[in-house]
Design a protein around this ligand. Structure first.
Ligand code: MV4
Length: 451
């Protein structure tokens, strides 16, 4: 059993992890940058260690400093949260060599799933449906062009080390293919120091459906249903819900069992997510596997009555999963809104600053995950997400109304936020009907301007 765990993260997820550790009687060690000296995670943890300047590369991405802080504090494990080093195979490998347990899968699994082309092949071999596409990494533009002509347009060109939209381009015909390929390749080279690419048939107007899975070190794998993360802007999710209005109980069973098989094919351990694209004909395809806990994990917790962070800790300690597949029942409906310090009327420009008044809504099944407080200065150096508002109710209709009520009560003064923008989405008939695809926000903004 762990006695002390270091949290290699900041903000609301660091606070979320500290609370889980405290409930389990495990001591917590926060690390913080100079910009975060007054941050809630540094105040709430049992110990806090400054690891460097505001710039992420010098602090939250600084592997040596984080490992030094772990060793000097006597922590046996690191929880990486999401973002930062959470999917960095090299970091996890360094920890493995130092006998520090990183709460998550092994460096080998992270590396294998981090290469999206290799992940595709792993899934093909396991008979998981993948979008028709190339079966190896392509470096040569002529080879790529020939393959695209063969499978037919539109195609999507993706960086092997990509994900989240970086190094990704769509080509709708053969004439524009080579230019798009070279642009994607250059972007990939700059972002990942790698120009390996792969090609898939482009699925037009899909939905993004992801399955939460949990796996222990004894080969037990359980899925906890899906999250519908279709509502995104520039690959940044804004609102997530579970269950999805597009998934019937029969589909959930098939997709859930597929997700479990995918995790088993990857020899997965700990919390993970299998991302699927769902097309117009309700056909689903494996897209990527995320090897971390995700921002939107609370919606799954609320419909399944689980604590995924505690479960991650149990599994990392070598315990068996605390539930079986039969124990997992999806109950009611949960929605999460991501509240960002940004201005939707200025192209969602981030707007850090001082919070001079905050009112947090309350009530039945309303959850707020945040690290902000009265007088807190939102630093400019990090992600603009400052609060997650999650509600749970007996069905989607009630959950939408509960979210509107809670958003209406939420006050964050001193900075601009997307609170009113989110309220507008919940008022939109297309959203209410569950009539959404990945370009929902783009269309919603257009509609909003015309009003
Ligand atoms: C796709 C796709 C359509 N067809 N792949 C976006 C980020 C990266 N994870 C993969 N992405 C996509 N891959 C094929 N074969 C459409 C997207 C996509 C998308 C996916 C989920 C949610 C929002 C999206 C927005 C634009 C494109």
């Amino acid at each position: 059993m762990f006695h002390k765990v270091l949290i290699a993260n900041r903000g609301e997820i660091a606070v979320r992890i500290i609370r889980a550790l405290r409930e389990l009687g495990i001591k917590s060690v926060a690390v913080y940058s100079e910009a975060d000296k007054d941050s809630l995670h540094a105040k709430l943890a049992d110990e806090a260690i400054c690891i460097g300047p505001a710039s992420p590369v010098e602090s939250y991405l600084n592997m040596e400093r984080i490992i030094s802080a772990t060793i000097s504090s006597g922590a046996e494990a690191i929880h990486p949260g999401f973002g930062f080093l959470s999917e960095n195979a090299k970091f996890v490998e360094m920890c493995e060599k130092c006998n520090i347990k990183v709460i998550g899968p092994s460096s080998d699994v992270i590396r294998k799933m981090g290469n999206k082309s290799e992940a595709r092949n792993t899934m093909t071999e396991a008979n998981i449906p993948v979008v028709p596409g190339s079966d190896h990494i392509i470096y040569d533009v002529d080879e790529a062009h020939e393959f695209a002509d063969k499978i037919g347009y539109p195609v999507i060109i993706k960086a092997a080390l990509g994900g989240g939209g970086k190094g990704m381009r769509i080509a709708v015909n053969s004439r524009e293919f080579e230019e798009r390929f070279e642009t994607a390749r250059l972007e990939s080279e700059n972002a990942f120091a790698d120009d390996g690419m792969y090609i898939e048939k482009y699925i037009v107007n899909p939905r993004h459906i992801e399955f939460q899975i949990m796996a222990d070190s004894y080969g037990n794998v359980v899925h906890l249903g899906e999250r519908d993360c279709t509502i995104q802007r520039n690959h940044q999710k804004m609102l997530e819900e579970s269950p999805s209005s597009a998934i019937s109980p029969e589909m959930r069973k098939v997709m859930g069992e597929t997700a479990v098989r995918a995790a088993k094919a990857a020899h997965y351990e700990n919390a993970g997510t299998i991302e699927f694209l769902l097309d117009k004909d309700n056909k689903f395809y494996f897209m990527e596997m995320n090897t971390r806990i995700q921002v939107e994990h609370p919606v799954t917790e609320m419909v399944t009555g689980t604590d995924l962070i505690k479960e991650q800790i149990f599994v990392a300690q070598g315990q068996e999963l605390s539930f079986t597949q039969d124990d997992i029942k999806i109950s009611g409906h949960a929605i999460e809104c991501r509240i960002n310090a940004e201005n939707p009327d200025k192209n969602f420009m981030p707007c850090p600053g001082v919070i001079n008044e905050i009112h947090i809504p309350g009530g039945n099944d309303i959850r707020v995950d945040t690290a902000i407080y009265n007088g807190y200065q939102v630093p400019a150096n990090y992600d603009s997400m400052i609060l997650k508002l999650i509600v749970h109710d007996q069905n989607r209709y009630c959950a939408i109304h509960k979210m509107q009520s809670a958003l209406g009560e939420l006050v964050i003064d001193g900075i601009d936020t997307n609170i009113d923008f989110l309220y507008g989405i919940l008022d939109d008939q297309e959203y209410k009907n569950g009539d959404i695809t990945t370009d929902y926000i783009k269309n919603y903004i257009k509609k909003r301007c015309e009003k």
